[in-house]
Every structure is written in C-alpha cells, then in structure tokens.
Design a binder for this molecule. Structure first.
Ligand SMILES: Cc1cc2nc3c(=O)[nH]c(=O)nc-3n(C[C@H](O)[C@H](O)[C@H](O)COP(=O)(O)OP(=O)(O)OC[C@H]3O[C@@H](n4cnc5c(N)ncnc54)[C@H](O)[C@@H]3O)c2cc1C
Length: 342
C-alpha cells in the first residue's frame, strides 16, 4: 500500500477523480490494496481523530474530506463465476471490468449508462441500470457484502443471462422540446422498457450534428422488442436504435466539472413537466434535466426520478428554482445522482 501526504509526488493524481470541479483535501491518502489496508486506514483515522472518505473513481463526489482519504482504485479484482452466475468485485472495481469478464459467458451485470462508474458506489446508491424497469435495482442482486467498518471491501452479486438488448437513442433539436416531452410523457411504457428523457447543450467543437446545439435526447432499452414510433414527433438529428450487445449501452464520458441533484416524485402531470422544462431552459446557469419513469421491477414508492445537472459549480439556486415546480410531488431523493452538493 502507498501512503501520500500533501506535497508528495502522486498525491494530486491519487486524490483526483472524474469530478474536476472539486477534490478531496486529505491530510493523508491511503492507496489501499487489501481489506487489511482499509482497516489500517480506519485505525489511523480513529487514532488521530480524523474523518475519512472513500474514493474509487470520483464520479459520485458529494462532499470532500480534510482527514483521511481511502483511495480504492488499486483494489479492483473482479472474478466471474459463470456456473453460479455471480461476480465478486473488490472495492475499486468499475463496471467495464465486470462487463468484460461477464460478456464471454453471455452474462451481464445491472450496470448503468457509464461503464467507468465504480461498482460499489453505484450499488450502494441502489443502482439504476439501463434495464432498471425490467430487472430492478442493482442492489437487489447483491448476494454478499464484505466490510471493514463502514467501507465495503468486496461485493458479490448476481449476473443475468443478458447478451443482446433492443436499445437506442433519439436526438431532437431543442426547438421540438415541447412536442418530444409530451410524446415521452404520454408513452404507456411497457414494464420491461427502461427509458429516459434528457436535455443537453453540446459545445461548439463537439463532432457531428450535435456540435453547438441544444438538444433533447430519448434513450430506451429492453431485452424484449418494443415500439418507439410514437416518439418520432419531429425530425431526429440522430436516431440510432436496434439490437446491440448490452455492454455497448454504457459509454464513459471524459472527466469534467458538474453539479447535480435529484428528486423522487409521486406523480408528474404534463403541465408540471412543461414548467420544469421551461424553468431549466431559462435558468441563470445551464441546467440540463433528466427524467426517468420508475415502476416496472423498481420497487420504489415513486413514479419518476427527476435529475438536474449543470456543467459548473454554484448552480444550487437555479436547481432549487426548477425543483420548486414539482415540490408538492417530492417523496425523496436518490443517493446516486447527487454531485458536489455538500
Ligand atoms: C457520468 C455518470 C453516469 C452515471 N450513471 C449512473 C447510472 O446509470 N445509474 C446510477 O444508478 N448511477 C449513475 N451514476 C451515479 C453513480 O452511480 C454514483 O455517483 C456513485 O456514487 C459513483 O460511485 P463511484 O465509486 O464511481 O464514485 P466515487 O466518487 O469514488 O464514490 C462515490 C461515493 O460512494 C461511496 N463509496 C464508494 N466506494 C465505497 C466503498 N468501497 N465503501 C463504502 N462507500 C463507498 C462513498 O460514499 C463515495 O463518496 C452516474 C454518475 C456519473 C458521473
């Protein structure tokens, strides 16, 4: 195990992560490689009266520590047992590793839309997979958890016999947002289909037809065929829909600065959705929204997950104004999808 203090070569690299707008400021970093190392780090924190935080990839950084940082990225073994259809992963493993090990056996985990997210952090927050409504939360599949204090040192979970999926993305120019939002809202989503609606502004240099445009994106996936004709209410900038390997459904993004939060809703009438869309589009800072209908196999007492994300920090007030439009339907929030909001 390596230990880093401020000023040491490697300190900045070790504490750095996917979130570039915020980083831990630890007095000491324990770059752990085993459960014993984690125990040592926790003992050190306790003896010195310091708080501690765990970081695998930094995708889910909410608040920073000035005490002990337990960096797990080196502790990342992944073993797949095809016979029992299970995977055992260490604390720092990412989904891509599990996808790579499981796919040759025709198996897949309930991973999400970014394959470089950490398995443990994602699963501790429930884990909303791209097939969530069909198969439930990733956390429903956990078979065993190994811990040292409050740190998960390894997880064992079930894999599913998933190979190909019907999945795709439709991109519309934002000028068609009202029609697309309405079509998405009216969609009588079969229980086996997982779908989401997202607004994004692509930077001018972004390659292809999306560069410099504000767009609405619909993504959807299922292991079973389904119809998306009713979503084609306006010309598509890109439409890419078909049968593909499950592993292709989650793509990594480059590290960047972002702040985000979410609410779980008990209902979302169309007029409230339009108000949310307008508030987000006219906010003082760029605010992108993501809407995921829940239900199906997701055992949650909410009908929708509404996420807001901004490509900068200091967006809390704008997010609060958007959330105000649905305040009366809020029944909670998801631990995943909270970023830099400490
Ligand atoms: C681009 C992007 C795409 C995403 N897509 C999805 C998605 O499709 N579905 C979904 O559900 N979520 C998604 N998320 C959210 C993601 O699952 C959470 O942010 C999750 O916390 C990230 O875990 P991490 O280990 O990668 O990040 P880290 O920042 O390294 O860890 C996040 C937190 O998880 C906890 N944690 C991590 N490891 C341990 C451990 N070993 N023991 C105890 N606690 C630990 C800690 O509290 C830590 O602060 C996405 C996030 C991003 C940025």
């Amino acid at each position: 195990m390596q230990i880093f203090h401020p000023g040491d070569t490697g300190y900045d690299e070790e504490r750095g992560g996917f979130q570039t707008g915020l980083r831990h400021e630890p007095q000491v970093i324990f770059a752990v490689e085993s459960a014993k190392d984690v125990e040592e780090a926790l003992r050190y924190a306790e003896t010195h009266g310091l708080d501690h935080a765990v970081q695998a990839t930094g995708h889910g950084l909410i608040t920073t520590t000035t005490g002990v940082l337990i960096s797990t990225k080196r502790m990342n073994a992944v073993e797949v047992d095809a016979e029992t259809r299970t995977a055992r992963v260490e604390a720092g493993a990412i989904w891509q590793q599990v996808l790579d090990e499981a796919a040759p056996h025709g198996l897949a985990p309930l991973s999400g839309d970014a394959s470089d997210v950490g398995v443990v952090g994602y699963t501790l927050g429930g884990g909303y997979s791209v097939l969530a409504r069909e198969f439930g939360f990733a956390s429903d599949r956990v078979r065993a958890t190994e811990t040292a204090g409050d740190v998960v040192t390894a997880l064992e979970f079930e894999l599913l016999p998933i190979d190909l999926v019907h999945a795709g993305e439709l991109y519309f120019d934002v000028t068609h947002a009202e029609a697309v939002f309405e079509a998405f809202h009216k969609w009588e989503l079969p229980d086996h289909v997982t779908a989401s609606l997202t607004t994004i502004a692509f930077p001018a240099g972004f390659p292809g037809p999306l560069g410099g445009r504000s767009v609405v994106r619909v993504t959807c996936a299922s292991t079973q065929p389904f119809d998306i004709d009713h979503l084609r209410v306006a010309p598509r900038l890109i439409e890419e829909f078909g049968r593909k390997p499950f592993a292709a459904a989650g793509k990594p993004l480059p590290p960047h600065t972002y702040q985000g939060d979410n609410v779980l809703l008990s209902d979302l009438p169309l007029d409230a959705l339009h108000r949310v869309r307008e508030k987000a589009a006219n906010a003082e800072v760029p605010v992108f929204l993501g809407l995921m209908p829940l239900g199906g196999a997701l055992t949650a007492n909410a009908t929708h997950l509404l996420k807001l994300i901004s490509p900068q920090l200091g967006a809390e007030a704008s997010h609060a104004e958007v959330f105000d439009e649905v305040r009366s339907f809020v029944v909670g929030s998801a631990r995943n999808f909270r970023y830099a909001v400490g």
